[in-house]
Unconditional design. Structure first.
Length: 181
């Protein structure tokens, strides 16, 4: 096994139990999707094991880490520092684990809210994070996202956003995301 993956597995084992289980479930879903879509499983594993390294940080720790890493902290992140955990994790992957693959770092960085023009790896990590077994157990409606992911990642992402933002005005929800009404 890749030494960086071993190091990340060890780091995940030190996270709070529920978070560690979430990461393990995300890794399993990401591997499954990697095989389905024929992409490099090592890249997928690196991003999946590392995506939530900073998820257990307090808001103050996230803001401090973001500033230490010279990450952009806008008003939204000041208001909800949890939005920084992917970017902080990506920097930890680069600095602490020697991962310099820009695709792996982007997948970890953008796994929370996504972005326009996501690569296949980014889409897989984004979706795997949303359909990990713990999240589907907590919210059975996410099973539809999981089912769609086997056929069409873009449809799965669109369904996730529709589900997540149900009841939000269309100009904020589908139209602004380019997902239709």
């Amino acid at each position: 096994m890749h030494p960086q993956i071993e190091a990340l597995r060890a780091a995940v084992s030190r996270l709070p139990q529920g978070l560690a289980e979430h990461v393990e479930g995300t890794v399993a879903e990401a591997r499954r999707l990697a095989r389905r879509y024929g992409i490099d499983e090592e890249q997928v594993e690196l991003a999946a094991w590392g995506h939530d390294l900073a998820r257990a940080f307090s808001p103050q720790e996230l803001l401090a880490a973001a500033r230490r890493f010279s990450l952009e902290v806008g008003p939204a992140e000041e208001q909800a520092p949890i939005l920084l955990h992917g970017a902080v994790a990506a920097e930890m992957l680069r600095r602490d684990y020697g991962i310099d693959d820009p695709q792996v770092l982007a997948a970890a960085r953008f796994h929370t809210v996504g972005r326009a023009g996501m690569s296949l790896l980014e889409k897989i990590i984004f979706v795997a994070d949303k359909i990990s077994p713990d999240k589907v157990r907590a919210n059975p409606a996410l099973a539809r996202v999981r089912d769609l992911a086997d056929r069409d990642l873009d449809a799965a992402i669109a369904e996730y956003f529709r589900h997540r933002f149900w009841g939000v005005p269309a100009w904020v929800r589908g139209d602004a995301l380019g997902l239709g009404g």
